[in-house]
Design a binder for this molecule. Sequence first.
Ligand code: GAR
Length: 187
Amino acid sequence: MKKIVLFASGNGSNAENIMAHFEKSGQGTVVGVFTNNSHAKVIERAKKFQVPTYVFNKTELSDDTVLNNLQELQPDLIVLAGFLLKFPVHIINAFPNKVINIHPALLPNYGGKGMYGMNVHNAVLEKKEKETGITVHYVNEHFDEGEFIFQANVAIENCTTAEEIAQKIHELEMEHFPKVIVRLLEG
Ligand code: GAR
């Protein structure tokens, strides 16, 4: 059985959707949820699926603590699903081509430092974009710059608030992210 590890910093609706997908389909198994936030809602969500949680601080991310945890778990894929810290290079190098991220915009636009969650949707609204979307990409040492794996678009001409855009993005993420993960696991 292929093993997936999730990293999330807050709400965790993507993490929950992925756990639900794999619990039901048996196409893989989520073996751990890692978070840098001990109050993150993703922790409750993981408990619902009996997935072990690992809470760590910035020091443990940059020393070998998180790396050692991951090496014990031996994941086939490490999925950043709403993870807001920079992912460390020593972990990327230990798991080549196995770390992916979802970004709530059509990269290379609206990416980079500070571009996460509602900040992205506010920026998209301000620019009066006609469409936005999601990007799943490999993680490298720069924020939001690794090779693209998947993009999907959505029209937002009728959206007048950033919340409406966020809802459209949420729907795209729910529909596509688990399928992209399945495809990668199947190689
Ligand atoms: C998602 O929209 C994800 O694409 C985004 O944060 C949200 C997390 O929601 N990620 C980024 O902005 C990364 N730069 P969730 O915690 O409910 O899954």
